[in-house]
Design a protein around this ligand. Structure first.
Ligand SMILES: [Zn+2]
Length: 345
């Protein structure tokens, strides 16, 4: 597909294009950053770039000229289909770890010339799952890699790698994608309509994987639940009613009975959705441009709610939601966090 078709991560794409053009690409790289932002896609495009039969010229910002993979030649297509003999992707098996045997095999192969392409690219996705024995088996190759091979280690948890492995691979840090970039990906690659794409992207925390999850029925439910909570709290009710709204956040009420509690991740997603509603309320209450609403399909409901939620209240509530999400990611008790939060909205 080529670097030019990747959405977001422009500085990283530039860095890679330049390194390939100048022949300064290190023999091993460590791609780190949040899950679901496109690290593996970039690694595969790098493999295309190194093996493309019809390298194209890609112009960046009108000044720097770098090569790019064409995405259509035989080599590019075989890489995209996962059948190129010299592009090897290793990932955790059913056991959840990458065993030493898998690494010994590629290390053995790396000693030889590529079969069909110019460079062999070994992509280890989920490198933090390499058992220590496997990491040690990699070490010597990373120290003295065969010049025709490039190792790309991918992980969202680099701190779990052995320091010896980490220190040998220059790290490229990926950030989260912007909301607009995620929405763009959802529309172009996953057939979302623009409104649904923006709604999912707005609460995805920069990750396409989260946005895809959010585009699911879970998200619809989470948004309904978050809206119910805002309605319940609209009139600044008494303590008890507030705690009731907390139960709604924690799992929803079915027939007056608390249904199964949400997992921590699901609760975090639900709070992020609540955050997007509050941000939208802020926008509506300040008379901002409605076209930027993340939940534009709920505009009527938001306009209704804004009578109870002025700019100050939404601002404070949004900050509290952020604090609650932080606390949950640090493993605070879901119930304690939610009980605190519903007092702050
Ligand atoms: Zn090509």
């Amino acid at each position: 597909m080529g670097l030019g078709h990747i959405i977001g991560h422009a500085p990283i794409r530039r860095l890679i294009a330049r390194a390939v053009a100048r022949g300064t690409l290190p023999p091993c790289l460590l791609l780190t950053g949040p899950e679901g932002v496109g690290k593996r896609r970039v690694a595969l495009v790098l493999a295309e770039l190194l093996n493309c039969d019809a390298t194209e010229t890609l112009v960046y910002s009108g000044t720097t000229v770098s090569p790019d993979a064409c995405g259509v030649c035989g080599a590019c297509q075989r890489i995209a289909r996962g059948v190129h003999a010299d592009v090897i992707v290793i990932e955790p098996g059913e056991t959840g770890s990458i065993k030493v045997d898998a690494i010994r095999t590629v290390v053995g192969q790396a000693a030889f010339r590529p079969f069909e392409g110019r460079r062999r690219v070994v992509i280890i996705d989920g490198a933090d799952r390499l058992v220590s024995e496997a990491q040690n088996a990699l070490l010597k190759t990373l120290e003295e890699p065969a010049s025709a091979s490039v190792f790309v280690l991918i992980t969202s948890r680099p701190h779990l790698l052995l320091a010896t492995v980490r220190s040998r691979c220059p790290e490229i840090k990926f950030g989260g994608l912007a909301t607009g970039e995620i929405a763009d990906i959802l529309v172009k690659r996953h057939r979302f309509d623009q409104t649904a794409a923006l709604a999912a992207a707005a609460s995805a925390g920069g990750s396409v994987a989260s946005a895809l999850e959010l585009g699911s029925s879970d998200h619809v439910q989470a948004r309904e639940s978050a809206a119910v909570v805002l309605r319940m709290l609209a009139t600044m009710p008494e303590h008890e009613r507030r705690l009731e709204s907390g139960s709604e956040l924690l799992g929803g009420r079915g027939g007056g009975r608390l249904s199964t509690a949400l997992t921590r991740e699901a609760l975090i997603r639900r709070l992020r959705v609540l955050g997007t509603l509050l941000r939208d309320l802020q926008l509506v209450s300040s008379g901002g441009d409605g076209t930027w609403l993340a939940n534009i399909d709920l505009k009527e409901e938001l306009t209704e709610l804004v009578r109870s939620y002025d700019t100050d209240r939404t601002g404070r509530a949004f900050a509290s939601v952020q604090r609650a999400v932080d606390a949950l990611t640090r493993n605070a008790s879901s119930k304690v966090v939610v009980d605190w939060l519903v007092m702050k909205i």
